[in-house]
Design a protein around this ligand. Structure first.
Ligand SMILES: [Zn+2]
Length: 449
């Protein structure tokens, strides 16, 4: 260093001071929150999500972090933004940090603050559609990467960040096509992290499987008759008998949750979605006529642990028996089997010692000062199922403790302190995952899943 003249040293010193100052301001809490707010303000709500604006924003973030980026459109106008941080051992299976950019619509007049203003109130709550589901997670991944880069961390495994469209409408043009694509295959992904749920207490929640939706329609037919006559086997009577039986079953499942014996995702839930009956008249319905047809629809959610054969038997024999002049259809039959692999086994990610990613997650959360609850089954559907269907381990995790579950609800919010804590949690997880260099276990866990 002797040969460097003092002026040059000074310039170098000035430059490095400038870099530190600018990275410090980049990572100041105000800037972190403001970037989150910018993302929340982009209107990616259905039915007309502004994917262009969200993609532009994400790509500009990628540039500021020196991440490689590409936009993949399996369907025109529905971009998936894929960012890459190349590891020092790129032959090892990669880590995929997955999120979706779309959000469900909001009833603006029912909100205390407009759902796309990302208003930060005096208590520290950030109100916005997507603040929990799941723009928070997408931005936390980016912020965690920013921190790790600032510290000079070098991942061994390559890290991908995927920002996908259309999860809220089934993910068919997003995650489904992506998971089946050659592009995805070439990424050689070993583990996927996707969304979870907020937790009202101080334990974070992590999900290893999810329930499959079964959409059941039952129909009764019977002899029509005068509204004044009492007789058996009318369509309405037959349908109502079934509804009573289904409601008793619903109550028995709900009781298991109320008694604390099972979690939401572990029971078969069933809710009536529609009831269609009656003979229309110009002013409403004909009142002195018992109709010859009546129909009802139910949204049933089935955990991968359920005995599906016995449920199907129950539907055929008790809920819509032919001897009561009833028939049924299980709509979206494809959806019904999506929780199973080709051999019919339920698709779940292991949570025992055979899956190193689970233990790494638990430790990483703990090391960052968080607590993880016991593994759960996600009560609804997420894009994670498409990756589990490939035999890949996928864990649903959104670090939001001490937060009411407000996804899809009015006044969805996330407290800024929880958001910031979540970034630290991801720093710890990414560090642990990207440094994990056992090769054998990848293959083993993949085979077993
Ligand atoms: Zn979501």
């Amino acid at each position: 260093m002797k040969f460097i003249c003092p002026n040059i040293i000074f310039i170098v010193f000035l430059l490095s001071t400038a870099t530190i100052t600018s990275s410090q301001s980049e990572s100041s809490e105000t800037n972190i929150i403001s970037r989150f707010q910018q993302f929340l303000k982009i209107k990616t709500d259905h039915p007309t999500p502004n994917y262009k604006q969200s993609s532009d924003f994400l790509i500009s973030q990628a540039k500021s972090l020196s991440l490689q980026s590409q936009t993949i459109e399996h369907v025109p106008g529905k971009p998936l933004v894929l960012l890459k941080w190349t590891g020092t051992s790129p032959e090892l299976p990669a880590i995929m940090l997955y999120s979706h950019t779309d959000v469900v619509p909001a009833e603006h007049d029912k909100w205390d603050h407009p759902p796309f203003d990302a208003h930060l109130d005096s208590e520290g709550r950030i109100y916005a559609r997507g603040s929990q589901d799941m723009k928070c997670v997408g931005m936390q991944y980016l912020e965690a990467v920013r921190k790790l880069k600032q510290w000079g961390f070098q991942p061994k495994r390559t890290i991908y960040l995927a920002f996908a469209p259309d999860e809220e409408i089934g993910g068919h043009d997003g995650a489904e096509k992506f998971s089946l694509s050659r592009v995805f295959q070439d990424l050689n992904v070993g583990i996927v992290l996707d969304e979870g749920l907020a937790s009202p207490d101080d334990y974070y929640r992590a999900f290893y499987a999810e329930r499959s939706p079964w959409w059941l329609k039952i129909k009764a037919v019977g002899i029509p008759g005068h509204g004044a006559k009492l007789y058996d086997n009318s369509a309405m009577e037959n349908l109502l008998k079934s509804i009573e039986i289904i409601r008793r079953y619903r109550a028995s499942q709900f009781d298991l949750i109320k008694a604390g014996l099972k979690a939401d995702g572990e029971v078969i839930s069933i809710n009536m979605a529609f009831l269609k009956a009656g003979t229309p008249s110009p002013t409403g319905f004909v009142m002195n006529l018992q109709p010859s047809e009546a129909e009802a629809g139910f949204d049933i959610r089935v955990p991968p642990t359920a005995d599906t054969e016995s449920l199907e038997r129950r539907i055929a024999e008790e809920w819509a028996p032919t001897w009561r002049n009833m028939s049924f259809t299980l709509g979206q039959f494809k959806q019904k089997v999506s929780g199973c692999d080709a051999s019919g086994k339920p698709v779940v990610t292991k949570t025992d010692s055979s899956n190193p990613w689970w233990a790494l997650l638990e430790n990483a959360v703990q090391e960052a000062g968080g607590k993880l609850g016991k593994p759960e089954i996600f009560p609804a559907s997420t894009d994670a199922r498409y990756f589990r269907n490939l035999g890949l381990p996928a864990i649903g995790f959104s670090p939001m403790a001490n937060t009411p579950i407000l996804l899809h609800d009015h006044n969805e919010y996330l407290h800024k302190d929880e958001y910031l804590k979540g970034i630290k949690i991801y720093e710890s997880i990414i560090k642990a995952y990207a440094s994990y260099d056992e090769h054998v276990n990848d293959e083993r866990s993949k085979d077993e899943l």
